[in-house]
Design a protein around this ligand. Structure first.
Ligand SMILES: Cc1cc2nc3c(=O)[nH]c(=O)nc-3n(C[C@H](O)[C@H](O)[C@H](O)COP(=O)(O)O)c2cc1C
Length: 474
């Protein structure tokens, strides 16, 4: 057990827990986790930005199948970067029968991110995915495993079938994953298949099977994962509703406070006694970013903690600098504010939003945005009347969503998280040379607590400062 990390730097999509952050955390002996969400798109945009520092190229040079690497490079790389007012090339949106080019992009992007995070040290690195973003899973996992990922962490859904997928992909065997299709009927084909041999340019030895940690928020889900998963579950991250990013909705009928935030109660508490009885390692997440909370978690029998917010604002994270500085200034002045928005995310899960001028947290900025859906990771697959699979997102233009059988009331307050989150890490789409996509920053309720990592008179700290402080004994 002693080789398990005390601190897991939580996966933060999209691109906030980038390879740079994960590399630093793993280098100093804790578990760095890259986000695997939308990496295909992020990778394509980094190439169109001219691959500053040559990191993507370095990763591609170590990829075992050079022809595939060259196809993506020649399609997306722009020497010196695209002109500032030019739009990024559109990458087609994921569908059940993903075109080969898009699967290749997933394999490559996930490989490169993990490869870079593993450079310069011998410690494990993890990758995080949201179960709900199902379509890219198989090629993404294969790419991450080709790069030797040590842990796969997955939440935002019930990842029962991922452990078995890891076993198959480790042997370069075909794997399948069932796409959730709303309204699907008996006999509909909802199975996605990935066949590694169709992508391999040469034979490779079997890959290491990464450890699988499920991110959960209830005892029932923990027990279900152990009982019904199609392979080994190596542990749990137990995430409470104060955590940054998406939160599990409260149990029972949704009740909101006067600010429109979901109200959590007794039933949402996880019984740690029962978790201990399951006999697998677990880490606690959501407001555990202080040395006192780390000690508390250990005393409760946890192997350690998973921390997000404290790492999101450190120098190595992918969060763009102007947002980072502005929010750190608010932390210092005591003005940092988080709203748990029950509408913002197209997933329907509550989503924590840091209030920041110029981002979609402001009503006027949100209203001024033309509703466009062109990244599509959060689209819901649904059965059309003729039995085909259609795709819709409550963040797309209202009339389009309604024409696809969606309910108009479900579009209210929905934000295009895909475009916003990619803008938040500095790759905003430019529309017609004029409209620049705005970002949206997510953080945990304890955002103001990160003041403990800031040196006097400075708005800058590193991942190593966070790790040192969390493990300090005072
Ligand atoms: C900016 C940000 C993005 C996040 N994105 C994800 C994500 O993509 N997947 C995920 O499982 N958790 C995500 N999280 C949750 C973290 O992995 C972690 O569990 C959580 O931040 C812990 O609570 P804390 O914010 O109080 O430290 C995100 C958190 C933050 C702050």
């Amino acid at each position: 057990m002693s080789d398990l990390p005390t601190i897991i730097q939580g996966g933060m999509g999209a691109g906030v827990s980038s390879w740079r952050l994960a590399q630093e955390v793993s280098r100093i002996g804790q578990l760095g986790v890259v986000s695997g969400t939308a990496l295909d798109q992020i990778f394509a945009r980094r190439l169109q930005d001219g691959d500053p520092g040559g990191h993507m190229r370095r990763g591609l040079d170590s990829f075992p199948f050079p022809l595939m690497a060259e196809r993506a490079w020649s399609k997306f790389y722009i020497p010196g970067g695209k002109p500032a007012t030019a739009s990024y090339k559109t990458v087609s949106m994921h569908k059940k029968d993903t075109p080969r080019e898009l699967s290749e992009l997933c394999v490559l992007a996930n490989f490169v991110e993990v490869f870079l995070a593993r450079e310069g040290h011998d410690n494990p690195v993890g990758i995080n995915y949201l179960e709900k973003v199902q379509i890219p899973h198989l090629p993404s996992l294969y790419g991450a495993m080709l790069a030797g990922v040590g842990y796969v962490l997955m939440g935002a859904g019930v990842p029962l079938k991922i452990p078995g997928v890891l076993d198959l992909l480790a042997d370069h065997k075909s794997a399948t994953y069932t796409l959730h299709v709303t309204g699907a009927e008996e006999g509909d084909d909802t199975t996605m298949t990935f066949v590694p041999s169709e992508f391999m340019e040469r034979a490779l030895a079997p890959l290491a099977r990464p450890q699988f940690l499920a991110i959960i928020a209830s005892n029932t889900l923990a027990a279900t994962m152990l009982k019904r998963a199609n392979g080994r579950v190596d542990g749990f991250v137990i995430e409470g509703p104060t955590a940054g990013g998406h939160n599990a909705p409260p149990r029972g009928k949704l009740q909101l406070d006067e600010a429109g935030q979901p109200i959590y109660g007794e039933r949402d508490q996880v019984d740690l006694e029962k978790i201990r009885e399951l006999g697998v390692p677990f880490w606690l997440a959501g407001g555990y970013g202080s040395p006192q909370k780390v000690r508390e978690a250990l005393a409760l029998g946890a192997t350690g903690v998973q921390v997000g917010t404290a790492f999101a604002y450190c120098a190595e994270s992918g969060l763009r600098d102007d947002y980072k500085q502005a929010l750190l200034a608010k932390v210092v002045s005591g003005d940092a504010r988080i709203v748990t928005d029950s509408l913002a995310s197209p997933t329907g899960f509550p989503f924590k939003v840091a209030q920041l001028e110029g981002t979609l947290s402001e009503r006027e900025v949100y209203s001024a945005r033309p509703r466009v859906c062109d990244l599509g990771y959060l689209r819901e697959a649904y059965r059309e009347t003729d039995g085909k699979i259609g795709y819709r997102c409550p963040g797309e233009p209202e009339s389009v969503y309604v024409s696809k059988g969606g309910r108009r009331e479900d579009t209210v307050g929905r934000k295009c998280l895909c475009n916003a989150l990619v803008a938040t890490i500095g790759h905003p789409q430019i529309r017609s040379g004029r409209y620049v996509e705005r970002g949206l920053v997510t953080s945990g309720d304890d955002l103001s607590g990160i003041v403990r990592f800031l040196p006097q008179d400075k708005l800058n700290y590193g991942a190593a400062d966070v790790v040192k402080e969390l493990l300090s004994v005072d």
